[in-house]
Design a protein around this ligand. Structure first.
Ligand SMILES: [Zn+2]
Length: 73
């Protein structure tokens, strides 16, 4: 059936690029569970119905998330 797996939660998320100069905190990337150090360009993903669940991802982890999942595009 066309039921979505739970991690597909992120499929419709809005993403925003954070430039290195905008990153002035350490964030935890949910893709690899490692820190994103200050000064690192990365991605913010905001789920459409849960803006307070937005997460900061490494670019590579975000891109890998899409291709590694069960539903490739
Ligand atoms: Zn990561």
């Amino acid at each position: 059936m066309a039921k979505r797996p739970p991690h597909d939660f992120w499929a419709d998320a809005e993403t925003r690029m954070i430039q290195p100069y905008q990153a002035n905190k350490t964030y935890l990337c949910p893709g690899c569970n490692r820190d994103i150090p200050p000064g690192t360009g990365h991605i913010v993903a905001v789920p459409p119905e849960a803006a307070d669940l937005r997460r900061h991802w490494h670019k590579g982890c975000w891109n890998g998330r899409a291709t590694r999942g069960p539903r490739n595009r």
